[in-house]
Structure formats: structure tokens, C-alpha cells
Design a protein around this ligand. Structure first.
Ligand code: CO
Length: 134
């Protein structure tokens, strides 16, 4: 069902420092910071040959990743995102297999303008899983 790894998201306490780390120390191609008000995050994308790393920093008071950063002040891996061809079909198959979909179970438009869903980390080895229809 799942296809390619679309991205790995890492929450960082300092977006400028994290962007510089990936650009200057690791020698990767790094985007400009992009504020996404609707998602309560600012993102920087690191483009790799086979996938992307999404650096996330809270934007605003009610950011969903604000609490993550309180628990993990150094930052840390937040989720992995797998591509699916048909997100509703994937959702229905996963629910039938006992996986829990977060929120109301309806896809919403994610950070890349595509429909996304999140799966409960307790059902996936302690890892928050994002599905993105591509
Ligand atoms: Co993501």
C-alpha cells in the first residue's frame, strides 16, 4: 500500500541554526523558511536525492509542535511521511486492519498542498506516520 518515503520531519528549537547545519555542515540543498499559518509551523525543506527532510519549528502559541519541543528541548524526529496513491482507500484498509487514524479521520490539506492523514504512533512502533496522496 505505501509507496515512497516522502519526507522525514524533524522538530528543531532553532530553525536558522538547523538550516545552517544541513546546508553548511552536511552540504545539503536547503530552502528558505516558509511560514504555514494554518499548520502552526514554519518549515525548511532539505532536498536529498531520494527524499526530503522537513525541519519544523512552532509558529504561534497554539502550534501542534509546541508541546513536542517542550518535551524534547533539543528537537527530535517528529514523523515519517509515506506516499499513497489513494488516501481514502489507504485509510479504509488501515482501519479495517485495526490502525487508528488521528483527528476526525478525514484527510486535510497538508504542508505541500496534498491530502494527508496521520496514524496513531502507538499502532506504528512509537512513530507518528503521515500518509500523503501523491
Ligand atoms: Co509531514
Amino acid at each position: 500500500m505505501i509507496g515512497k518515503l516522502n519526507h522525514v520531519a524533524i522538530v528543531v528549537p532553532d530553525l536558522q541554526a538547523a538550516a545552517a547545519l544541513y546546508r553548511d555542515t552536511l552540504g545539503a540543498t536547503v530552502s528558505e523558511p516558509e511560514p504555514l499559518e494554518a499548520h502552526g509551523v514554519t518549515t525548511v525543506f532539505v532536498d536529498l536525492d531520494n527524499t526530503r527532510i522537513e525541519l519544523l519549528h512552532p509558529l504561534g502559541k497554539d502550534s501542534p509542535i509546541g508541546r513536542f519541543l517542550e518535551r524534547h528541548p533539543d528537537g527530535g524526529m517528529h514523523h515519517v511521511c509515506y506516499e499513497v496513491d489513494d488516501i481514502l482507500d489507504a485509510r479504509d484498509q488501515l482501519k479495517a486492519r485495526g490502525a487508528r487514524v488521528l483527528g476526525d479521520g478525514e484527510p486535510r490539506i497538508g504542508a505541500h498542498g496534498k491530502p494527508v492523514l496521520f496514524l496513531h504512533p502507538k499502532d506504528f512502533c512509537g512513530t507518528l506516520v503521515e500518509l500523503e496522496q501523491v
